[in-house]
Design a protein around this ligand. Structure first.
Ligand code: IPE
Ligand code: IPE
Ligand code: MG
Length: 265
């Protein structure tokens, strides 16, 4: 068994709670794709009687640590839900603060991404964001385009239903041009028109802050994803919480509608 501890040298203290949890993770059964709904920044700030933006700042810091943790673990794809299409309903001030934080995150994170061989990708109608952000995103994606250890997928101005609308529009156009018969439309074909076309479906979806809903995230892709909801607020989510989620995931039996070991005597 490969030693995961080694990959965390200098990042996690030997003998710490994190190190003990890390020991319980089977490196050969790690999920290929983990998606996270990073929720609870506002509540975290409220509990401290601070403005919501303080929570978002703490949330960005938590995200940076989790990205590095996922890369060290050797998880091939990590998707973070950073801004939903519905989040435009929030006060202008909060939206601006979030966008500024995103730019800051990108500027600070690019070096870490390069150091850990992580490729940055973006999903959502992110072309609808401000020019300054788009530029930053283009730069970060170009600078990390050839990295192969992990793909960090950030969902920005993302909506699962919108993704399906975009896919159907694109597919309809192509089907008409190529005169495809209805039978040519298969699950595999539809999947090729999603923003996540070349990515595996998430094996594990983590949501922080206790809300039991998917909030329009990766609707098609999570058909058989294992869900893990924790009461921990996103700014408090640390490598130890991540390890706990992975340990929980590795204890589950995925049946995909079959009988699994339930049918064994
Ligand atoms: C998640 O935290 C961050 C974004 C949605 C951008 P929230 O801002 O939703 O925090 P709560 O849910 O209000 O606590
Ligand atoms: C989901 O959180 C979106 C992100 C984490 C970016 P929300 O806070 O927007 O979700 P709801 O409104 O509680 O469903
Ligand atoms: Mg929320």
């Amino acid at each position: 068994m490969e030693d995961l501890q080694k990959r965390f040298e200098g990042f996690i203290k030997p003998g710490s709670r994190e190190a003990l949890l890390l020991r319980q993770i089977h490196p050969e059964r790690l999920p290929h794709h983990v998606a996270i709904i990073m929720d609870g920044n506002g509540r975290w700030a409220l509990r401290r009687q601070k403005p919501r933006v303080v929570g978002h700042r703490a949330g960005a810091k938590a995200a940076r640590q989790i990205v590095e943790t996922a890369a060290r673990l050797g998880i091939p794809v990590l998707t973070l839900y950073a801004f939903s299409t519905e989040n435009w309903k929030r006060p202008q001030e909060e939206i601006e603060a979030l966008m500024n934080l995103l730019r800051e995150f990108l500027r600070k994170e690019v070096e870490t991404l390069k150091r850990h061989d992580i490729r940055l990708r973006v999903i959502g109608r992110w072309e609808g964001l401000d020019a300054a952000i788009r530029e930053e995103l283009h730069g970060a994606m170009a600078e990390t385009a050839t990295n192969t250890r992990m793909q960090l997928v950030v969902a920005l101005n993302y909506s699962g239903r919108m993704e399906l609308v975009d896919a159907f529009r694109h597919l309809y156009r192509e089907a008409r041009e190529r005169q495809l018969p209805p039978e040519a439309i298969t699950e595999a074909l539809i999947a090729q028109y999603l923003y996540t076309a070349d990515l595996p479906d998430p094996d594990l979806l983590i949501r922080t802050s206790g809300e039991m809903r998917v909030s329009n995230f990766l609707l098609w892709q999570i058909a058989y994803t294992e869900l893990y909801v924790t009461e921990t607020l996103w700014p408090d989510f640390r490598p130890a919480h991540f390890f706990q989620a992975l340990i929980d995931y590795q204890r589950r039996e995925r049946r995909y509608g079959g009988l699994g070991t339930a049918a064994l005597p």
